[in-house]
Design a protein around this ligand. Structure first.
Ligand code: NOJ
Length: 715
């Protein structure tokens, strides 16, 4: 009886799936048919218009919209402005083709979430997807139908400022996160008014820029390209990413903007991508600087024929494609295919049927209580506990707490590198979060040093500990949130001396990370190293909370402190999430999404390196340095919590898999400590003998497991 029921159920399931595929096919045939009809009606100028994207909504730009010479606008925000520009396109232009409105919604729209490098460390794709759903809902409420995200560039080089925007160094984690972000942005249906079109970027290998210098050359092997840099893009395409953005850099001699191998052979042919590719900002014109085009016409021709359908901001397509068609250099079929791809996404996104944004949504859908809860949870899950010799979690009854450092009372920098419509006023600074968490405690705040410019990063600590001033005899609250003069290390030391515990917030300003923010040093900028050393010299227990978009050189801190947390930039709920973790209302569960170097000289450093012919030896004749270990300070995947776990009973469920097949491996995990906690179980493989040398370890799976004390599971 059971068997019969199962069979009937399976048949219904198959029919259901078949019916869905059939109706999807019908819908897609209908779209292609409507595109055919439109293409027949369009002039060359109108076709070219679909491939043109401008920034802003100046009267001149809107005039171009009216003439059907624009396919997309970006940086136009708010239902009012968006609807006004859309009205020109869909009611006044000849063919009434809707515009797509784009924006960089990289880690939240108004509810700013942790920066992507931070949330990747949560190893929690479900929560990341949920956060992107919130971002999509908020962005679409303001008329934005296209986000220039996810950024899925793998990087092994923290000098590159854009490390902060991606998921770190691992292609597997990067792929899982890329797919989760796409699902979150696009939802189940791109035509849902709360879904945004994803634009996976920067295609491809941008994270491999030489020397970590932004926009620089990339020269890598095909194997590296395929095994490390391409997988997150492939995962995003498989998850349905409707658009991609090509990268700025020149890849193996052929700039990414004109790289037929990656744009057409791999993306279109191998992966069957049927969306469209937009260039990065001004990248078509930059082909002249790269030296691969003699003029703008050649640049435009090369980019379009290689597979870049839309031109961002520089107007190269707008000026050049028409004359190129006229002269016969650009076949109409190539132009038509590009237009078809853009129109297909517009149809799929429901823009023809539903081009306007309901202005009411701006009042109901943005910065809601539910969104802030997601932001707080993701922020908690993004904090990596890298060291804890017993001090954390802090006792909520601690009498006097010194909160020190240039980032402690800074709201704006909690938001990170891309803030979309985020506002510093929405952000909870760490000082605020701590005060709210322990209202009964006396909080002494001192900024210690200023951290106010990129230039500041060139003023390094001397390395010599600053002598602590004699203990102050003054009583009362010192400098609590109301500095009287410029910040001084002495004031900070006085605050520390009066406290039972010091919480020290050091790091980088958010503006020191992101685009065009490469650094040649990983030192703590400004005089923070001196501040750190002076605070440690007080002998008080110190908790170091680092905020940065990249790993910093914290060898001294690691040698002298017993507690270190990496908080990255956690978004609007930063202060609350940090306080939750510090005082034990949440337990840390994040892991390092990168290998944390000891010093800048170790870069590039990554866990999935090759073994080499000389991995180790008792003498000097092995791969390494004379003056530094070759091991990172903290490895990829590393992170602590407030309890301990033990693994046992590893079981390989499948005996043999050669030449193909699935290997099932399981293990038991037990919480062996006194508190509940979450372990990120990670599964790595190594191919011992292969035709080419293989990485020493490759992540192939992970799972977050939450266990009560004593509890065990086989996840
Ligand atoms: C240039 C950046 O590289 C890219 O990530 C961004 O989406 C565009 N500018 C648009 O702001």
């Amino acid at each position: 009886m059971l068997r019969v029921c199962q069979t009937i159920f399976s048949v219904i399931l198959v029919l259901g799936v078949g019916a869905r595929a059939f109706s999807q096919q019908l819908a897609s045939d209908a779209i292609e048919h409507r595109i055919d009809t439109l293409l027949q009606q369009m002039t060359v100028s109108e076709k070219v218009g679909q491939l043109v994207q401008y920034t802003g909504n100046s009267p001149q730009t809107l005039e171009q919209v009216l003439q059907g010479k624009v396919g997309s606008l970006f940086n136009v925000v708010g239902a009012g402005d968006v609807n006004a520009a859309q009205k020109i396109a869909v009611e006044k232009s000849r063919l009434k083709i809707p515009l797509i409105f784009g924006l960089d919604v990289i880690h939240g729209y108004r509810t700013v979430f942790p920066v992507p490098i931070a949330s990747a460390g949560s190893f929690d794709p479900e929560l990341i997807e949920q956060a992107e759903r919130v971002a999509a809902k908020e962005a679409t409420a303001a008329g934005i139908k296209w986000t220039f995200a996810p950024m899925v560039d793998i990087t092994r080089d923290p000098r590159w400022g854009r490390m902060v925007e991606g998921a770190g160094e691992d292609p597997y984690l990067g792929s899982v996160v890329a797919a989760a972000r796409v699902r979150g942005f696009q939802g189940r249906d791109l035509a849902d008014p709360q879904s945004v079109i994803a634009c996976t970027k920067h295609y491809v290998a941008y994270g491999a820029v030489e020397g970590g210098r932004d926009y620089n050359t990339v020269d890598i092997s095909e194997q590296l390209l395929r095994e490390v840099y391409l997988p997150p893009f492939h995962a995003a395409v498989k998850a349905g990413s409707a658009a991609l953005m090509s990268a700025f850099e020149d890849l193996n001699g052929v700039p990414a903007t004109v790289n037929r191998h990656t744009l057409t052979d791999i993306l279109r042919h191998d992966w069957g991508f049927n969306g469209f590719v937009v260039s990065d900002y001004g990248a078509v014109d930059e082909l002249l600087q790269h030296g691969v085009a003699k003029d703008e016409a050649e640049a435009a021709l090369k980019a379009l024929t290689a597979g870049v359908e839309m031109d961002m901001a520089d107007g190269a397509y707008a000026k050049q494609l028409g004359p190129l068609v006229e002269s016969g250099k650009l076949p109409m079929s190539v132009l038509d295919e590009a237009v078809r791809r853009v129109l297909r996404v517009k149809f799929r996104a429901g823009l023809f049927g539903n081009p306007y944004t309901d202005p009411q949504r701006e009042h109901t859908d943005i910065l809601t209580t539910e969104s802030l809860l997601v932001a707080r949870k993701l922020a908690q899950e993004s904090i990596v506990l890298v060291k804890n010799r017993g001090l954390l979690p802090l006792d909520k009854n601690t009498k006097t707490i010194a909160v020190i450092g240039p980032l402690a009372d800074d709201k704006a920098d909690q938001l990170g590198s891309w803030v979309a419509q985020g506002s510093a006023a929405d952000a909870v600074a760490p000082l605020e979060g701590i005060k709210a968490k322990v209202p009964g405690a006396e909080i002494l705040y001192a900024k210690g040093v200023d951290l106010d410019s990129v230039e500041g990063s060139r003023v390094f600590g001397t390395g010599a500990p600053v002598a602590a001033p004699a203990p102050s005899t003054a009583t009362g609250v010192l400098n609590v949130g109301a500095p009287t003069g410029p910040p001084s290390i002495n004031d900070a030391v006085h605050a520390a001396q009066k406290a039972d515990v010091v919480i020290l917030f050091l790091g980088e300003l958010a503006g020191m990370t992101g685009e065009a923010s490469s650094r040649a040093s990983l030192d703590l900028p400004s005089k923070q190293e001196q501040l750190l050393e002076a605070i440690v010299a007080t002998g008080k227990p110190v908790v170091l909370v680092l905020e940065s978009g990249r790993p910093l050189d914290i060898r001294w801190a690691n040698a002298h402190l017993s507690v270190i947390l990496q908080a990255w930039y956690l978004g609007v709920q930063a202060g609350n999430a940090i306080a939750d973790i510090l005082f034990g209302d949440a337990s840390p569960s994040a892991r390092m999404p990168i290998s944390w170097p000891r010093s800048v000289g170790q870069i590039p450093i990554y866990y999935n390196h090759k073994n080499t012919g000389r991995p180790t030896s008792p003498d000097r004749w092995h791969t390494g340095y004379l003056d530094e270990s070759k091991e990172p300070l903290f490895p990829f995947g590393y992170g602590l919590t407030y309890t301990t776990f033990q693994y046992s009973n590893l079981r390989v469920e499948t005996a043999a898999i050669a030449p193909t097949g699935t290997l099932h491996v399981t293990a038991e995990v037990q919480n062996t400590g006194q508190r509940a906690g979450t372990e990120v179980v990670q599964f790595y493989v190594h191919d011992r003998v292969a035709p080419t040398s293989r990485p020493v370890r490759e992540l192939k799976g992970f799972s977050r497991v939450t266990l009560a004390p004593g509890e065990h599971k086989r996840p």
